[in-house]
Design a protein around this ligand. Structure first.
Ligand code: PLP
Length: 369
């Protein structure tokens, strides 16, 4: 039954699945995942890796190291901390996923400080500067930033935050979660001066979940060398050594590699990066316009995300989602402390504008009463 439901909603030719991850996957990409296996030490695999990694550098906008980890984003968040932090880390939080850095840091036994913004707000660069100035003696090994907070639909101003960190804590490495931005909102790894940037692929990159793409700065590798106990599976230096030879440390999810190669080709040479970012901005505008009669945007509009909108409806969110489900549309639920009061529309990945508009029309009917 669940299987049947999935087929009728998630894997159709038109997008009817508007959850902020996993997102709707184009049928031709699902097809890529059914190719025959190749050995991960074969020349075919090296060719595949080479193509993927060249495109990843374009997507992250970097000339530094990129690689792929067979794990979801949370695994690589943990890896980033394990490779980059010896003792102390500052976590900036504005929702449930930025908070995850805090929980992981604590579970690893680090001293974790936090700079919080209210749910629905972005991290304020001035407040961050103030925190860092007041904690000069803390000598943070790293500061974490969540580019796009998926639980609220807020996009943080990463360059402004990094500028502040560089001024106030120049030695701190900057770890950026781009899980629900990469592929939908521009990421400029080198220009920003970030040290680690990671993204699971089941959001704006629009692949099935299971792997995470990562960019790591030379500076972060130097820091990792100083940490003798980096573990095995998530050792960034091992990933770099292998990536330099178009390879991976251990057996990867090869079906995902096929799909990633095809999808990056589509993103970069098919749709084109600028057109893709513009489509996402347009999806945000259309979503805001067509829901304003029956729902209030739950966040500061100045930082409203181009990939996900959290909305505060005048009728119960659960009713709206159930009604939409009966029409074949799946919308995202509210998250964490907003679980009961909001619902979320994921407008990211490969969703065609026409499909978003069709869904919003059905949503307007459902809320007309
Ligand atoms: N960070 C953000 C911003 C997310 O939205 C998510 C998942 O939704 C994660 C991290 C965790 O990623 P994963 O579920 O791939 O472990």
């Amino acid at each position: 039954m669940a299987q049947q439901l999935n087929r009728s909603t998630a894997n159709t030719m038109t997008a009817r699945y508007f959850v902020p991850g996993p997102t709707w996957v184009r049928p031709e990409i699902l097809q890529e995942m059914t190719r025959p296996m190749i050995g991960h030490r074969s020349n075919e695999f090296r060719d595949l890796f080479r193509r993927i990694n060249a495109d990843l550098k374009t997507l992250f906008d970097t000339t530094q190291t990129t690689f792929i980890v067979t794990a979801s984003g949370t695994g690589v968040m943990q890896a980033a901390l394990e490779n980059c932090v010896a003792r102390r880390v500052l976590v900036t939080t504005c929702g449930a996923f930025s908070e995850r850095w805090y929980n992981i840091g604590e579970s690893l036994g680090y001293e974790v400080d936090r700079q919080d913004a209210d749910w629905g707000q972005a991290i304020d660069p001035d407040a961050l500067a103030d925190h860092l100035a007041r904690h000069q003696r803390a000598h943070y090994d790293a500061v974490t930033i969540t580019h796009n907070e998926t639980s609220t639909g807020v996009t943080n101003d990463v360059p402004a935050l990094i500028e502040v960190i560089r001024d106030e804590a120049p030695d701190a490495l900057i770890l950026v979660d781009a899980v629900s931005s990469l592929g939908g909102i521009p990421v400029e790894f080198d220009k920003w001066g970030a040290d680690v940037c990671l993204a699971s692929v089941q959001k704006a990159i629009a692949l099935p979940p299971g792997i995470t793409v990562v960019a790591v700065s030379d500076k972060a590798f130097e820091r990792a060398k100083k940490h003798p106990y980096r573990g095995t599976y998530f050792d960034f230096l091992n990933y770099k050594k292998n990536a330099d030879e178009n390879s991976v440390p251990s057996t990867p999810s090869i079906p995902h590699f096929y799909a990633l190669a095809a999808q990056l080709d589509h993103i970069i040479r098919g749709e084109g990066l600028e057109a893709r970012y513009e489509r996402h901005r347009r999806m945000r505008e259309i979503t805001h316009e067509r829901t304003s009669r029956f729902a209030k945007l739950a966040v500061d509009p100045a930082h409203a995300s181009a990939t996900v909108s959290a909305l505060n409806p005048i009728v119960p969110a659960a009713t709206i989602r159930a009604e939409m489900k009966s029409r074949g549309y799946t919308l995202g639920g509210g998250y964490g402390q907003w679980a009961d009061t909001t619902f979320r529309i994921g407008h990211m990945g490969d969703i065609p504008i026409a499909d978003l508009e069709a869904m919003l029309e059905a949503l307007a009917e459902v809320t007309r009463g």
